[in-house]
Design a protein around this ligand. Structure first.
Ligand code: ME8
Length: 518
């Protein structure tokens, strides 16, 4: 039987900057989707990469005093390194300066030309290099210092007049609205969908899709005075990576993408321009665009000028990798804005991870180690309470999968924690330490039920916390080939008599340096 496919993408990040928590967050969300789907039997392609053309990157390269290609080579590598550091399982890393991508952008351009969707004209209007976006007068506001900025982003605009190719976006209004109508989950969350629908309903103007005042980009086929507008170039990465312009092979298998994950800042490009480009070229639009929220730092907007950019590497060094991965997806309902604070991070790390999940594993595994010959105990008959806990454990996967399918990571984790808490309550109620003397058979049954519950919890925690969950599975002696979701059945239950390694803590507590006496 062929596996169902799943194709998930991150935005490709501009190489004008070092990676920060925002980039780490988007890619983390995609990593969890990809890992979850792989464990659930899907054939997954997970793509990330870097957006290397355009005026903004050219300007940063100039400011750094290096040639644009050398500059992008260097900064792109930072994003690749971050992916490895954060334990992302991306299957590909695309750079828009690669030959495969240039071929793909030019092929898409030719399709649009052949379809009569692009025409030559001239652009006179506002442009914000920071956003790489064109703005109309009504989208701007004046700052007290007299500068003109885009209302949505605060990016400064400048007046641009140049010959330009245009994409007939104005003709796509009805077809875009029909797409949103026919696919109610095409844009999530719903509130973002409503914003896009009203933007499209308010009318669309043709979009300038080439620039002539600089040359750091893909040449327009047949007219190399122009480079392709960086957003048309960048969006095309999603089809380049699956082999476009070849529409057989990987493209036929993986396209349309199941989810384009983006921040709310770039939703319009993904939910309006991109499906219009694709449909105009006779290609299918993606299945979903999910726009997540924005992180602030201790209540403040994150910005280079405020000097409060959160470096994901420092975070991980301070709190631990899986702790950071867990926090980012648990703390904020996915889609909402979130605030990073040390206090909130420590609260999750010490409360949810060390006290709830870590302590559960530690209590159960050390009681088994001390009282059951360091091996999975053999259970006797199950009580109603035992069956209830095993049943709750067996139900987590479907509940989590439903949440993951709508990118509700916080809910998926809540399903896991409902059973973590139920298992802790069960330990307290059953008091296996007391049974040791009074009823050792019953103690073995209780510890067996707990070990089997832990097996479920650890298997299902893998997408978010791959290392820690893997260590927990090692402590339960679960073989490597029995760690996917197909193993979440009684047939793969922990086997009485299996010897277990010496237990060790999986989730350390955060101790403040001064409270430590250090
Ligand atoms: O926009 N909170 O690249 P970019 C949450 N190259 N997420 C954040 C964030 C924050 N404070 N800051 C950034 C581009 N992000 C284009 C994309 S795609 C074809 C081209 C994340 O480097 C979020 O995902 O500016 C946002 O959409 C993305 O970084 C913007 O990255």
């Amino acid at each position: 039987m062929t596996k169902p496919k799943y194709y998930v993408t991150t935005p490709i990040y501009y190489v004008n900057d070092v990676p920060h928590i925002g980039h780490a967050y988007t890619t983390l969300a995609c990593d969890v989707l990809a890992r979850f789907k792989r464990l659930d039997g899907y054939d997954v392609t997970f793509l990330t990469g870097t957006d290397e053309h355009g005026q903004k990157v050219a300007k940063s390269a100039r400011a750094a005093g290096v040639d644009a290609q050398a500059f992008t080579d260097q900064v792109s590598q930072n994003f690749r390194d971050l992916a490895a550091f954060m334990n992302y399982s991306n299957d590909d890393f695309i750079r828009t300066t690669e030959a495969r991508h240039k071929t793909s952008v030019q092929a898409l351009w030719r399709r649009l030309i052949d379809a009569g969707e692009i025409y030559l004209g001239s652009y006179a209007g506002w442009y914000a290099t920071r956003d790489e976006a064109f703005y109309t007068d009504s989208e701007l506001e004046k700052r007290p210092d007299g500068s003109l900025v885009a209302k949505a982003s605060g990016a400064e605009v400048e007046w641009v007049e140049e010959p330009s190719y245009f994409f007939r976006l104005s003709a796509w209004q009805d077809r875009l609205l029909a797409l949103y109508e026919a696919n109610p989950d095409f844009i999530l969350p719903k509130t973002r969908r409503n914003e896009v629908v009203s933007f499209v309903k308010s009318g669309l103007q043709d979009l300038s899709v080439s620039r002539t005042t600089f040359d750091w980009g893909v040449d327009v086929p047949g007219d190399d005075a122009h480079v392709v507008y960086v957003w048309l170039d960048a969006l095309t990465n999603y089809i380049t990576a699956v082999g476009f312009p070849d529409t057989e092979g990987d493209y036929a298998r993986y396209w349309p993408a199941d989810v384009h994950m983006v921040g709310k800042d770039i939703l319009r490009f993904h939910a309006v321009y991109w499906p219009a480009f694709l449909m105009a070229a006779g290609l299918q639009p993606p299945r979903r665009v999910f726009a997540h929220g924005w992180w602030t730092n201790e209540g403040q907007k994150i910005s280079k000028s405020l000097g409060n950019v959160i470096d994901p590497i420092k975070l991980v060094e301070t709190y631990g990798l899986d702790q950071v991965r867990y926090f980012l997806l648990r703390e904020v309902p996915f889609g909402n804005d979130g605030d990073f604070s040390h206090a909130a991070m420590v609260h999750r790390m010490n409360g949810d991870l060390a006290n709830d999940f870590g302590n559960l594993a530690q209590r159960v595994l050390s009681m088994i180690h001390r009282n059951c010959d360091k091996a999975v105990p053999a259970p006797g008959g199950f009580s109603d309470g035992d069956r209830a806990l095993l049943k709750a454990a067996a139900a987590i996967k479907d509940n989590m999968a439903a949440a993951i399918d709508v990118q509700a990571f916080h809910e998926a984790l809540e399903h896991l924690w409902t059973v973590v808490r139920a298992a802790n309550a069960y330990v307290d109620r059953q008091a296996p330490w007391a049974l040791r003397k009074t009823d050792p058979d019953r103690m073995r049954t209780v510890l067996y039920v707990l070990a089997e519950t832990l097996r479920h919890l650890a298997i299902l925690a893998q997408p978010v916390m791959p290392d820690s969950a893997g260590r927990m599975l090692d402590l339960l002696a679960v073989p490597a080939e029995a760690r996917d979701f197909a193993a979440l059945t009684p047939a793969h239950a922990v086997q009485p008599g299996t010897s277990l390694p010496k237990p060790e803590g999986v989730f350390p507590r955060h101790v403040e340096p001064d409270a430590d006496g250090a």
